[in-house]
Design a protein around this ligand. Structure first.
Ligand code: ADE
Length: 228
């Protein structure tokens, strides 16, 4: 799976993909991440990528031409399944969107800045618009990193224990059960006896129950969705 991320701040994306699982996925050849500097696709001397909004108003708008030139160059080299624009007014990212995207091939991700991008880029090129939550960040780079992380960890072979992605919170529509490691007692705080019992069936039943309880307490909306 290949990601091409288009941004005015490529260096902001140096670190998120250079560690741990995401780095391993690239080393194993399971995913490729290419970051493109939007300014390399400008035709003006100043390498500017934005302009004043038609109709007035505050803030600058990212222009069509640099994005179009970069997207069309990439499309001339390979086909893409999705062109995603990271934006607070997109559909809110959740596990099912990540699952869905993890089955795709190549993706282009556009990162906006300033007031946003010219609507015509969205109308003409973008196939999907994704938000990472109801708050506004300074740009789409961190949201893009979050999206790519959520997708890559689902690619078969990326996690050493494949079942661990399946047991993540949200995969079954429930939050995870509490987890513990040694010591069995710390400052008088004990690990629940059941986890030390060695009885796998009882442990699984306890975990199922805890998942349900935690979801009821913290995210009852998830249970509502399950019943629909
Ligand atoms: N760009 C700025 N804020 C964002 C958000 N919440 N989600 C996705 N992209 C964004």
């Amino acid at each position: 799976m290949r990601f091409d991320i288009i941004t005015v701040l490529p260096s902001l994306l140096d670190s998120p993909f250079a560690h741990s699982i995401l780095q391993r996925a690239q080393k194993k050849g399971l995913s490729e991440i290419h970051v493109h500097n939007l300014r390399d696709y400008t035709s003006n001397k100043q390498r500017s990528v934005d302009d004043y909004p038609y109709g007035g108003g505050s803030g600058m708008v990212m222009q069509i031409e640099p994005f179009a030139t970069c997207i069309e160059k990439l499309q001339s080299e390979r086909t893409y399944d999705e062109i995603i624009y990271m934006t607070p007014d997109g559909e809110t990212l959740n596990q099912s969107i990540a699952n869905d995207l993890s089955t795709r091939g190549n993706m282009i991700i556009l990162c906006g800045h300033y007031k946003g991008i010219d609507q015509r880029i969205r109308d003409i090129f973008v196939t999907r618009e994704i938000s990472i939550g109801d708050y506004v960040l300074s740009g789409g780079e961190l949201p893009a990193a979050i999206l790519v992380d959520a997708i890559i960890r689902l690619i078969p072979g990326v996690l050493s224990d494949e079942t661990s992605a399946l047991s993540d919170s949200f995969q079954d529509g429930l939050l995870d059960a509490p987890i513990y490691t040694r010591p069995a007692e710390w400052r008088g705080h004990k690990v629940p006896d059941i986890l030390l019992s060695g009885n796998e069936a009882k442990i699984n039943a306890w975990r199922d129950d805890q998942q349900l309880q935690r979801t009821q307490e913290r995210r009852p909306d998830l249970l509502g969705d399950n019943e629909q």
